[in-house]
Design a protein around this ligand. Structure first.
Ligand SMILES: [Zn+2]
Length: 396
């Protein structure tokens, strides 16, 4: 493909910037403006003035507006072709390689009230150490210590993985964060009885664990997707910095470098400079493309915190983009793509499937489109498919 041929130009460097969920809607708390309209972002503005600003559909019709789907698009893989579920991507981030006849469920540690209400989808946010002990106990009782055919694999805090035989996958499951404060809606479908049985069987095991969490909740199941390596697909080598399991898992599945970066977190306190420097270090080590994924804007959207969402955009500009541009200039020709994986409007506090603005800028990219990066500036445009932008970045 043309992109691969151009990608073999070793001098060109590529950076992809993903402020997770940064796109929004006009918000009353910002006088009817969006965080992108309010934030002071002089470097982003300057890049828009010399690049291409347009509108991208990162969430294909019929798929949920999750970070797994949106980031798969951004990496250049059509989710309609490659997305099989959320849990198998997270399983990859734990290093699990699943055979064809096994699938993965996300296994949350949750807190249900005596009345069956989902009190906390995060089970009181247990420490990872305490959660690992509980998952080991579950694996001994209900998983590999039994003849159930199930396996429990510990992840981080309340987020874990259950691996099951293929015929356990035929069920409709509701994500527990969609049930907060409501009566739990149990799985339906052919495998639902077995799922409910193991979820209920987790209660006495967790009661002995001392955690606030009192049950597991299974959802997001799927077989592990077969994704060609990024370097094979696009002819360039890539790396990614992220503190989010799902995005990390996409990096693992596509055989990108996924370095651990000290100070990178999924919260407001992430070390923006450390994530920026990880990208530059990756490029200096010979990678041709590096993805910088920062979760803070999405967190602010979920919290409905307009000030924090604006602040995280301004930190993107001051601490990532402003130093990054001259650092890239020193290294030779470069191109940069910036877009979120979905919108997380402050008003809704959840993700939407709306198309998002993108910026493509750098060597050989003509100036086109509006000269500002806002939702309204591209609102009238027919969106391009999000997964086509990677090829555009590499080939233009
Ligand atoms: Zn996201």
């Amino acid at each position: 493909m043309r992109a691969a041929a151009l990608g073999q130009n070793a001098a060109m460097k590529y950076v992809v910037c993903v402020p997770d969920g940064c796109a929004d809607e006009p918000f009353d708390g910002l006088d009817g403006r969006t965080p992108l309209e309010v934030a002071h972002t002089p470097t982003l503005d300057a890049l828009c003035a010399r690049g291409e600003v347009g509108r991208a559909a990162v969430i294909p019709d019929g798929l949920p507006p999750g970070s797994d789907v949106g980031n798969m698009s951004i990496l250049g893989y059509d989710p309609a072709e490659f997305h099989t579920g959320r849990a198998p991507i997270e399983a990859a981030s734990l290093g699990l390689v699943l055979p064809d006849d096994r699938l993965a469920y996300r296994c949350n540690l949750v807190t249900l009230g005596d009345d069956g209400v989902m009190v906390d989808f995060a089970g009181g946010h247990p420490s990872t150490d305490a959660a690992v002990r509980a998952i080991e106990a579950l694996d001994a009782e209900l998983g590999r210590g039994s003849d159930s055919g199930l396996e429990f694999h510990a992840g981080v805090e309340y987020r874990h993985i259950m691996v099951a035989p293929a015929d356990w996958g035929d069920a409709e499951c509701v994500p527990p964060h969609d049930l907060t404060g409501d009566p739990a809606v149990w799985p339906t479908g052919p495998a639902s009885d077995r799922l409910r049985e193991v979820m209920e069987a987790s209660r006495p095991v967790l009661a002995a664990s001392g955690l606030d969490a009192n049950q597991i909740w299974l959802w997001g199941q799927g077989f592990q997707p077969t994704m060609p390596a990024f370097s094979a697909r696009f002819g360039v080598t890539g790396g990614i910095t992220t503190a989010v399991d799902l995005v990390r898992g996409l990096g693992v599945l596509t055989e990108m470098a996924v370095p651990d970066v000290d100070g990178a977190t999924a919260g407001y306190d992430t070390d923006y400079a450390a994530q920026r420097d990880a990208a530059l270090a990756g490029l200096d080590a010979g990678l041709e493309l590096f993805v910088i994924h920062v979760e803070a804007t999405d967190e602010a959207g979920h919290a409905g915190d307009a000030a924090e969402k604006v602040r995280s955009l301004e930190r993107w500009d001051a601490e990532i983009l402003a130093p990054l541009v001259p650092a890239l200039d020193e290294r030779g020709p470069w191109r940069l793509l910036l877009l979120p994986d979905h919108a997380t409007p402050l008003r809704l506090r959840t993700h939407t499937s709306d198309p998002v603005p993108y910026l493509l800028v750098g060597a050989g990219v003509p100036t086109s489109g509006p000269d500002v990066y806002t939702e309204a500036a591209v609102g009238g445009e027919t969106p391009v498919a999000g997964h086509d932008l990677m090829g555009r970045l590499l080939g233009v």
